[in-house]
Design a protein around this ligand. Structure first.
Ligand SMILES: Cc1ncc(C[n+]2csc(CCOP(=O)(O)OP(=O)(O)O)c2C)c(N)n1
Ligand code: SF4
Length: 441
């Protein structure tokens, strides 16, 4: 399938001969083979992030292959490492609803795609709906997975008494016991069931009732292992245009994971201001500096009480960031991770993103924290600081003066730049107080 697609679709398109491809060459269901981006790189696979496997809280490191490679973003893009991280942790059972934005453009490229599958043929299922309905789109995926798993269970229970095949019956029984586990044992066992089902299917012709149930269980066999449903998008989506849907999903009790890659502007359309843009930064529609403070999305999300919330910064602390991903995924309810994401729109050398990310947290601009409602059950405060803002501090000015989005205003209107900078400093203090309040509940 891949070589056919590569020869008859990818190759002509890359040679600018796409117009010659007959429509019948396109996959009928709209799904394209994954792992094809590497064909543009002599077929050499990308690297898996080995540091993830060494983390003590990643209990079953089994990932030796990447699930996204050669994402064609800008060099140094701060969004991509978060996608690498999420896919390496959960990629083989992941479903991603991707809002329109940079993540959908470099994630959903055609004719080659950077998302991959591993040697077992497993990898993230990915789709993009619209900019404005992505939370609802992912929510729909969750409901569909729940419905399919429920149907699978019912059909397995109906099938078992009809089986004369003891190994398959025992495997299905064990499959039901492991139904909610996502361990390596559960995943390997699902592969065993798949094999036994295929063998039984070959033997079952002429047995109508058995065949109907077998067909149904085989159709749904991918759902023996629980999926990890993710909703990806930028700040333009999460803070502004998709916020209604985000609110709906986050106030539900469904197990979805939201990843907001916060570049503080609508990056993909050239850097328009969003509600995530900080005060004083110059962006499109805020050419004389944004006059209002950044919306505190993290704090708002904690008010649902039962949602997991993490505000992370990979450049500051990748281990705490990974911990937030693991906890968010584990939380049996809605989770949101708001991720500091350097972008070319910030206006500095993208080789320095790590250093600048550190300054963002150390200056108090980007406090890192986790709000884990599961801790309440253990009688603990759900709020955890990950970067005490007083530790190893740098001044806010020191952070600002590295970035063109702040420097521009200083050049064109220094009085206004100073006024906004002072207000932005107060925003940081207020944000800190608002969040600190949570740590004292
Ligand atoms: C309803 C709607 N409005 C506008 C657009 C155009 N559009 C596509 S991507 C994008 C910017 C996305 O910004 P953000 O969500 O911050 O993601 P980023 O590109 O920064 O990752 C816009 C405005 C659209 N696709 N749909
Ligand atoms: S514009 Fe920004 S967010 Fe988009 S790919 Fe480039 S660096 Fe990444």
């Amino acid at each position: 399938m891949l070589s056919d697609f590569a020869d008859h679709v990818i190759d002509p398109i890359l040679r600018l001969k796409g117009d010659t491809i007959p429509v019948s060459r396109m996959p009928l269901n709209g799904a394209v083979p994954t792992g094809t981006k590497k064909l543009e790189y002599r077929g050499v696979a990308g690297n898996a992030a080995t540091w993830i496997e060494k983390l003590p809280f990643v209990q079953e490191p089994y990932i030796a292959e990447p699930y996204i490679e050669y994402a064609p973003s800008c060099s140094g893009c701060g969004e991509v490492p978060y996608i690498h991280l999420a896919t390496q942790l959960f990629g083989d059972r992941m479903m991603i609803a991707n809002a329109t934005g940079c993540t959908s453009i470099y994630g959903g490229t055609f004719p080659t795609t950077p998302y991959t599958k591993d040697s077992k043929g497993k990898g993230p299922a990915w789709a993009n709906s619209l900019f404005e309905d992505n939370a609802e789109f992912g929510f729909g995926m969750r409901l569909a997975v729940d419905a399919n798993r429920k149907q699978l269970k019912t059909n397995v229970q109906a099938l078992m008494p009809l089986l004369n095949n003891a190994p398959l019956r025992a495997a299905l029984e064990k499959g039901l016991i492991l139904f909610d586990a996502v361990t390596r044992e559960a995943r390997n066992h699902a592969d065993t069931i798949r094999q036994l089902l295929a063998e039984e299917h070959k033997r079952s012709s002429g047995k109508k009732e058995l065949r109907i149930l077998l067909d149904k269980v085989i159709e749904l066999q991918d759902y023996f292992v629980e999926k990890s449903v993710w909703i990806f998008g930028g700040d333009g989506w999460a803070y502004d245009i998709g916020f209604g849907g985000l609110d709906h999903v986050m106030s539900s009790n469904k197990n979805v994971n939201v990843l907001v890659m916060d570049t503080e502007v609508y990056s993909n359309t050239g850097g328009q201001a969003s509600k995530a843009t900080p005060r004083g930064a110059v962006a499109k529609f805020a050419s004389d500096g944004k006059k209002l403070s950044k919306k505190n999305l993290g704090l708002m999300m904690t008010t649902y009480g039962k949602a997991y919330v993490a505000v992370v910064n990979m450049g500051m602390d990748r281990e705490k960031t990974a911990l937030a991903f693991v906890e968010a995924e584990k939380h049996n309810g809605p989770s949101i991770i708001i991720a500091y994401s350097p972008c070319i729109a910030h206006g500095y050398d993208m080789r320095l993103t790590k250093k600048q990310s550190e300054k963002a947290s150390k200056s108090g601009y980007w406090p890192m924290y986790r709000f884990n409602p599961d801790l309440r059950a253990e009688g603990k405060n759900p709020f955890i600081w990950d970067v005490p803002v007083t530790e190893d501090a740098v001044s806010f000015k020191n952070y600002l003066e590295e970035e063109l989005r702040y420097k521009t205003l200083n050049l064109s209107n220094p009085e206004e730049a100073l006024r906004l900078e002072e207000l932005a400093q107060k925003d940081n203090e207020q944000r800190f107080k608002d969040i600190k309040h949570l740590s004292e509940i």
